[in-house]
Write a protein that binds this ligand. Structure first.
Ligand code: FE
Length: 278
């Protein structure tokens, strides 16, 4: 396998979003505004209630998908179409296709203790931006956990890896979403089609990604050449998310929670939202 090199490494940056949630943003900041079709990656991780308790009250989305992956704690989700549910730590996933539009809230369902998880934004192609909203809610026990002979642990959320297939199905960008824990000096390789962009977000330990030394928290964006990726853990091991998805190669017009192809469509999104059509 000819492995992909790393085009860019960015450090996670502390920001505040929602009603005052402190989080670490890597993708979607000035260091790397996007990696087609990926738009944003946030990590929230705190056992200080003041960092998360305000949550993300009602806000709209249109034109893309939001993916929440919970490692610890509970998050309650409620939307304008009458859906609600609890996202559970220990590996729960919500893959939400906002499509033509939803208004929702994402609020911690706990008063104290650790809240830890990730939110990823993935773009939709023009043909699917106005599709009806759709959810895939996955309980932690339904995410396959592969325990490899070399000591690596691989949670497969979407796509296929190590003989397992993730429970998230039917996503237009054919994504791979893995949570990989490597023992000290462990090695992880994964083949990827040339059609796909890919990045790794290392959130524990240290390692070598595509020939570049990284430590937590860092996002490494892979270049497009090569048949796959290779990550080697440092002496304390490493844990990282590995993401890949099909490039859209379309213009992106983005403002806050709306991601469309043109400025006119963005304007329409604001008008539809203000008119209460979400
Ligand atoms: Fe949201």
């Amino acid at each position: 396998m000819r492995t992909r090199s790393v085009d860019k490494v960015i450090r996670g940056k502390r920001v505040t979003d929602g009603a005052g949630v402190r989080l670490v943003r890597s993708l979607g900041s000035e260091g790397l505004e996007q990696l087609d079709p990926f738009l944003m990656l946030d990590e929230f991780r705190s056992d200080t209630p003041g960092d998360y308790i305000a949550g993300f009250p009602d806000h709209p989305h249109r034109g893309f998908e939001t993916v929440t992956y919970m490692l610890a704690g509970l998050m309650e989700h409620t939307d304008s179409h009458g859906h609600s549910g609890i996202l559970r730590g220990g590996g729960g996933v919500q893959w939400m296709t906002a499509g033509r539009g939803i208004v929702h809230s994402e609020m911690p369902k706990q008063k104290d203790g650790l809240l830890w998880g990730f939110q990823l934004w993935i773009n939709l192609p023009a043909a699917d931006k106005m599709m009806p909203p759709r959810y895939q809610n996955i309980e932690p026990e339904n995410v396959p956990l592969v325990k490899r002979a070399d000591g690596a642990l691989v949670r497969v959320i979407a796509g296929g890896a190590d003989g397992a297939t993730g429970p998230v199905r039917g996503v237009v960008t054919a994504p791979l979403y893995l949570d990989v824990t490597l023992p000290p000096n462990g090695v992880y390789e994964h083949e990827l089609p040339r059609t796909h962009s890919a990045f790794a977000y290392l959130f524990e330990g240290s390692g070598d990604i595509g020939g570049t030394a990284v430590k937590q928290t860092a996002l490494a964006a892979f270049g497009g050449e090569g048949d796959g990726i290779r990550i080697t853990a440092g002496p304390e091991g490493a844990r990282f998310l590995l993401l890949a998805a099909k490039k859209l190669n379309e213009p992106v017009a983005r403002y806050g929670p709306f991601v469309m192809n043109t400025r006119e469509e963005l304007k329409q999104a604001f008008e539809d939202y203000r008119a209460g059509n979400f």
